[in-house]
Design a protein around this ligand. Structure first.
Ligand code: DQA
Length: 147
Protein backbone atom coordinates (compact mmCIF):
# COMPACT_ATOMS: atom_id res chain seq x y z
CA UNK A 1 0.00 0.00 0.00
CA UNK A 2 1.57 3.35 -1.00
CA UNK A 3 2.06 6.08 1.58
CA UNK A 4 -1.26 7.78 2.20
CA UNK A 5 -0.37 10.26 4.90
CA UNK A 6 -0.36 13.98 4.26
CA UNK A 7 1.83 15.87 6.70
CA UNK A 8 0.61 19.40 7.47
CA UNK A 9 3.13 21.67 9.16
CA UNK A 10 2.36 25.00 10.76
CA UNK A 11 5.12 27.34 11.84
CA UNK A 12 5.49 29.92 14.59
CA UNK A 13 2.58 32.01 15.85
CA UNK A 14 0.03 30.08 13.80
CA UNK A 15 -1.26 28.65 17.08
CA UNK A 16 -2.63 32.16 17.65
CA UNK A 17 -4.75 32.20 14.48
CA UNK A 18 -8.24 33.51 15.19
CA UNK A 19 -6.86 36.00 17.72
CA UNK A 20 -3.76 37.22 15.89
CA UNK A 21 -4.34 40.10 13.44
CA UNK A 22 -7.64 38.71 12.11
CA UNK A 23 -7.71 41.54 9.55
CA UNK A 24 -4.60 39.95 8.00
CA UNK A 25 -4.99 36.24 8.73
CA UNK A 26 -8.76 35.81 9.05
CA UNK A 27 -10.93 34.75 11.95
CA UNK A 28 -10.51 30.98 11.55
CA UNK A 29 -8.44 29.12 14.11
CA UNK A 30 -5.70 26.69 13.20
CA UNK A 31 -8.03 23.86 14.22
CA UNK A 32 -10.55 25.18 11.66
CA UNK A 33 -7.91 25.01 8.90
CA UNK A 34 -6.85 21.52 9.93
CA UNK A 35 -10.49 20.39 9.82
CA UNK A 36 -10.76 21.72 6.24
CA UNK A 37 -7.58 19.86 5.29
CA UNK A 38 -8.82 16.63 6.88
CA UNK A 39 -12.15 16.78 5.07
CA UNK A 40 -10.52 17.55 1.71
CA UNK A 41 -7.83 14.90 2.22
CA UNK A 42 -10.40 12.23 3.13
CA UNK A 43 -12.02 12.75 -0.28
CA UNK A 44 -8.74 11.58 -1.80
CA UNK A 45 -8.12 8.74 0.65
CA UNK A 46 -5.38 10.63 2.47
CA UNK A 47 -4.86 10.66 6.24
CA UNK A 48 -3.62 13.85 7.84
CA UNK A 49 -0.94 14.37 10.45
CA UNK A 50 -0.60 17.92 11.73
CA UNK A 51 2.16 19.58 13.73
CA UNK A 52 2.32 23.21 14.78
CA UNK A 53 5.57 24.35 16.29
CA UNK A 54 7.18 27.61 17.26
CA UNK A 55 10.60 25.89 17.04
CA UNK A 56 12.49 25.48 13.79
CA UNK A 57 14.27 22.28 14.86
CA UNK A 58 11.01 20.59 15.72
CA UNK A 59 9.72 21.27 12.20
CA UNK A 60 13.02 19.99 10.73
CA UNK A 61 12.66 16.78 12.79
CA UNK A 62 9.09 16.31 11.57
CA UNK A 63 10.19 16.70 7.93
CA UNK A 64 12.95 14.12 8.44
CA UNK A 65 10.45 11.72 10.04
CA UNK A 66 8.16 12.14 7.01
CA UNK A 67 10.80 10.81 4.60
CA UNK A 68 9.73 7.45 3.20
CA UNK A 69 6.59 7.55 5.35
CA UNK A 70 4.41 10.45 4.18
CA UNK A 71 3.10 11.00 0.66
CA UNK A 72 3.21 14.79 0.67
CA UNK A 73 3.69 17.88 2.82
CA UNK A 74 1.57 21.02 3.08
CA UNK A 75 3.51 23.65 4.97
CA UNK A 76 2.79 27.14 6.21
CA UNK A 77 6.16 27.99 7.72
CA UNK A 78 5.00 31.34 9.18
CA UNK A 79 7.89 33.77 9.53
CA UNK A 80 10.37 30.88 9.06
CA UNK A 81 9.39 31.17 5.39
CA UNK A 82 11.62 34.15 5.03
CA UNK A 83 14.91 32.96 6.53
CA UNK A 84 14.87 29.36 7.81
CA UNK A 85 17.38 27.64 5.55
CA UNK A 86 17.34 24.53 7.75
CA UNK A 87 13.70 24.06 6.77
CA UNK A 88 14.64 24.59 3.12
CA UNK A 89 17.34 21.91 3.38
CA UNK A 90 15.07 19.44 5.20
CA UNK A 91 12.32 19.88 2.60
CA UNK A 92 14.88 19.40 -0.19
CA UNK A 93 15.51 15.92 1.25
CA UNK A 94 11.80 15.00 1.10
CA UNK A 95 10.88 13.04 -2.01
CA UNK A 96 7.14 13.83 -2.36
CA UNK A 97 5.13 16.91 -3.38
CA UNK A 98 5.39 19.96 -1.12
CA UNK A 99 2.83 22.76 -1.19
CA UNK A 100 3.68 26.03 0.56
CA UNK A 101 0.61 27.86 1.90
CA UNK A 102 0.20 31.40 3.18
CA UNK A 103 -3.08 32.84 4.37
CA UNK A 104 -1.96 36.37 3.52
CA UNK A 105 -0.08 37.40 0.39
CA UNK A 106 3.48 38.02 1.60
CA UNK A 107 4.39 39.58 -1.78
CA UNK A 108 1.95 42.41 -1.07
CA UNK A 109 3.31 43.09 2.42
CA UNK A 110 6.58 44.32 3.95
CA UNK A 111 9.68 43.82 1.78
CA UNK A 112 11.22 41.32 4.21
CA UNK A 113 8.27 38.99 3.53
CA UNK A 114 8.90 39.00 -0.22
CA UNK A 115 11.61 36.33 -0.01
CA UNK A 116 10.66 32.72 0.60
CA UNK A 117 13.46 30.24 1.22
CA UNK A 118 10.84 27.48 1.03
CA UNK A 119 9.51 28.33 -2.45
CA UNK A 120 12.59 26.97 -4.29
CA UNK A 121 11.97 23.49 -2.84
CA UNK A 122 8.16 23.56 -3.02
CA UNK A 123 6.17 22.04 -5.86
CA UNK A 124 4.00 25.16 -5.71
CA UNK A 125 2.86 28.00 -3.49
CA UNK A 126 -0.66 29.19 -2.65
CA UNK A 127 -0.77 32.63 -1.07
CA UNK A 128 -3.29 35.32 -0.30
CA UNK A 129 -6.45 33.21 -0.56
CA UNK A 130 -7.07 32.88 3.16
CA UNK A 131 -8.70 29.69 4.38
CA UNK A 132 -9.38 28.55 0.83
CA UNK A 133 -5.62 28.12 0.40
CA UNK A 134 -5.60 24.97 2.51
CA UNK A 135 -8.38 23.34 0.51
CA UNK A 136 -6.61 24.23 -2.73
CA UNK A 137 -3.34 22.87 -1.35
CA UNK A 138 -4.93 19.47 -0.74
CA UNK A 139 -6.39 19.55 -4.24
CA UNK A 140 -2.92 20.25 -5.63
CA UNK A 141 -1.41 17.42 -3.56
CA UNK A 142 -4.04 14.98 -4.83
CA UNK A 143 -3.38 16.01 -8.43
CA UNK A 144 0.38 15.73 -8.03
CA UNK A 145 -0.01 12.29 -6.43
CA UNK A 146 -2.32 11.23 -9.27
CA UNK A 147 -5.18 10.44 -6.86
C1 DQA B 1 2.15 33.73 6.86
C2 DQA B 1 2.92 34.91 6.28
C3 DQA B 1 4.22 35.13 7.03
O1 DQA B 1 4.91 36.27 6.50
C4 DQA B 1 3.94 35.40 8.49
O2 DQA B 1 5.15 35.55 9.21
C5 DQA B 1 3.07 34.38 9.12
C6 DQA B 1 1.94 33.86 8.36
C7 DQA B 1 0.75 33.58 6.21
O3 DQA B 1 0.14 32.53 6.38
O4 DQA B 1 0.26 34.53 5.60
O5 DQA B 1 3.24 34.02 10.27
O6 DQA B 1 2.88 32.54 6.59
Amino acid sequence: MPNQTLLVLSGPNLNLLGERQPEVYGSETLADHVAVVEAAAAEHGLDVEHLQSNHEGELVDAIHAARGRCAAIVVNPGAFTHYAWAIHDALAAFEGPIIEVHLSNPAAREPWRHTSVVAPVASGTIAGLGADGYRLAVQAVATLLGR
